[in-house]
Design a protein. Structure first.
Length: 321
């Protein structure tokens, strides 16, 4: 079986090679362009809207007939790729995603190579929203908006999800607005903010649902620590006891209690040690053992690091109160 050989190129190079420009307008820093496929290549076309730090592409492909292509995008930018085709069989392939980009789904790329594959079986319609860091430096954005976007852009990410009717309507308004010039520029900024807000809310709901899915396991780990302060559990042992992998356990424990497992366990042990030092005459070595420290020196170090006092000085201070 012969394996298809793919030609790899950037989107501007791809447009220049396989499409013809049918019109371009520039005003108020806003450039809009329309391109039709060369007749030998496909039916459909590409429309682009570009302004400071932002590019919007609407790509429509029907009956692609030339050699397979891979379109590569700038890794330093942030991308939202939406499948907006009405046909269930739309089959753009976004490389490295876990599956094909299905109808009414989108993929987010951040600090990861975005590569879109177009071959002789490709039919579909995409909207690509490309944002650079300079876009978020505009005065129209506030620190609260930047904070809102952190769940999406705080790390390298590739995420596929289904978008809702509101996002679908916003995408239509962005690409089909009759507004021009300064009015169009203001309108686009407002609608893009709405899209980002909706996507962030979708992420938030998804995270909540996933976190709730693991609530019982995370609570079980917390209770194991609370009820056995004399035991120094390892995270792999805790994860195994509740049937989670270590990454999930660490993430969802911190989501639930705003502390890492180590931070929570240490704080709880030190609080219990403070209680024992204040209400009993137990030797410090015994207090250390009851809160999971086999070596008194290790206990003294941890206690002082968290309270500023050695166990002995803390006990004496409480007696003198």
């Amino acid at each position: 079986m012969k394996v298809a050989s793919f030609s790899r190129t950037s989107l501007p190079e791809f447009i220049s090679k396989y499409l013809n420009c049918t019109g371009t307008t520039e005003e108020f820093g806003l450039t809009t362009s329309a391109y039709d496929w060369q007749s030998r290549c496909a039916c459909g076309g590409i429309r682009s809207i570009q302004f400071k730090g932002c590019s919007i592409y609407k790509v429509k492909v029907r009956c692609f007939t030339i050699a397979p292509q891979i379109i590569s995008f700038d890794q330093s930018k942030k991308y939202f790729v939406f499948n907006v085709d009405e046909n269930e069989t739309a089959n753009f392939s976004i490389l490295d995603t876990p599956k094909s980009l299905q109808k009414q789904h989108f993929v987010i790329y951040h600090q990861i190579d975005l590569k879109i594959e177009i071959n002789q079986n490709t039919n579909g319609e995409l909207i690509i929203l490309e944002l650079s860091d300079t876009y978020f430096n505009q005065s129209v954005f506030t620190s609260s908006l930047e904070e809102m976007m952190k769940p999406i852009f705080n790390q390298k990410s590739l995420h596929v999800a289904k978008y809702n009717i509101k996002v679908q309507q916003l995408l239509y308004e962005i690409t089909e607005t009759p507004k021009r010039g300064l009015c169009q520029l203001m309108f686009l900024n407002a609608k893009i903010i709405e899209v980002l807000s909706e996507i962030t809310e979708l992420f938030s709901k998804e995270e909540t649902e996933v976190t709730n899915q693991y609530t019982a396991q995370v609570l079980s780990v917390k209770q194991a620590i609370d009820n056995n302060l004399h035991v120094q559990y390892s995270i792999p042992d805790l994860a195994k006891s509740v049937g989670l992998n270590t990454s999930y356990l660490k993430k969802y424990f911190k989501d639930a209690y705003k502390e890492t497992i180590f931070e929570y366990a240490t704080r709880t042990r030190i609080e219990h040690a403070k209680q024992l030092l204040t209400t009993t005459q137990l030797p410090i070595s015994t207090v250390a053992e009851k809160v999971g420290y086999q070596q008194s020196a290790h206990f003294t170090y941890a206690f002082k690091k968290n309270t500023g006092f050695t166990p002995g000085k803390y006990r004496q201070q409480q007696i003198n109160l």
